[in-house]
Ligand binder design. Structure first.
Ligand code: PGA
Length: 270
């Protein structure tokens, strides 16, 4: 049984002075009956304030990135041990970091290794560019990203790989680059097909049947108005939300819908 997850990526928004209030407001507005995992990922400098604001609410805190080494001469960077007590989740390989910081699949795989070893729950981002989709290469690109990440993740046996990724609660976020921050979302059907591609690539990459246990989120212009289209797809387990995650009304709508899905899926199992 895969969890339903709604993760807020605040990107480079909020300050330590205003993040706590926003986090507390969102926590209060997103209390739902269904078993939804809620995560807020603020900027690094806001992590402590958001952690304090969310204490006792059931909403987890995530970082937006982490370095692939544990310590060293890496000016301006943040390592997994530094996040202990501040964050329990981490976003890895977001397309804005691939674009602005030159992150590659190999680097994302090394970060994933660090995150898993350090007990953080990773949200690993993959997704194609518009030109790649238009050229009919979206599946090949995303499958290749998964393969590259898994290769860099481990030199263990396939059984180790599967155990590491499933026991760490690793989540994949499918975020088509052309849908991020554009107001142009993918269709539920396209996201679902890509979730199948992702799980197939993970199965082939060493996870075997345990790839089915990996949650896949959709991200890219998710709103309260369109979240239903994605959660109607059994292959999609939630959303990574950017712009709308700064708006309590939007988050209330998104998590309410996720709560219904989580309840329905739990019911189906009984
Ligand atoms: P968006 O961002 O919801 O603003 O499109 C999603 C993301 O980048 O994770």
């Amino acid at each position: 049984m895969r969890p339903v997850v709604v993760a807020a990526n605040w990107k480079m928004h909020t300050t330590p002075a205003d993040a706590a209030e926003l986090a507390a407001t969102i926590a209060g507005r997103t209390r739902v009956d269904g078993p939804v995992e809620r995560v807020i990922c603020p900027p690094f400098v806001c992590l402590a304030a958001v952690r304090d604001a969310l204490a006792g609410t059931g909403v987890a805190v995530g970082a937006q990135n982490v370095h692939h080494e544990l310590t060293g001469a890496y000016t301006g960077e943040t390592s997994v041990p530094m996040l202990v007590g501040l964050a329990s989740w981490v976003i890895l390989g977001h397309s804005e970091r691939r674009r602005d910081a030159g992150e590659t699949d190999a680097l994302v795989g090394r970060k994933l290794r660090r995150a898993v070893e350090g007990g953080l729950r990773p949200i690993v981002c993959v997704g194609e560019q518009l030109t790649e989709r238009e050229a009919g290469r979206a599946d090949a690109v995303v499958g290749g990203q998964i393969r590259g990440i898994l290769e860099a993740f481990g030199d263990g046996t396939p059984a180790d790989l599967a155990a590491d990724l499933t026991s760490s609660g690793t989540v994949i976020a499918y975020e088509p680059v052309w849908a991020i921050g554009t107001g142009r979302n993918a269709t539920g059907a396209d996201a679902s097909a890509m979730a199948d591609t992702i799980r197939r690539a993970m199965a082939d990459g060493g996870l075997g049947s345990r790839a089915e246990a990996i949650p896949v989120l959709y991200g890219g212009s998710v709103t309260a108005a369109n979240i239903g289209e994605f959660l109607a797809e059994p292959a999609i387990d939630g959303a990574l939300v950017g712009g709308a995650s700064l708006k309590p009304d939007e988050m209330a709508g998104i998590v309410a819908r996720a709560g219904l899905t989580a309840e329905a899926r739990a019911g189906e199992r009984e």
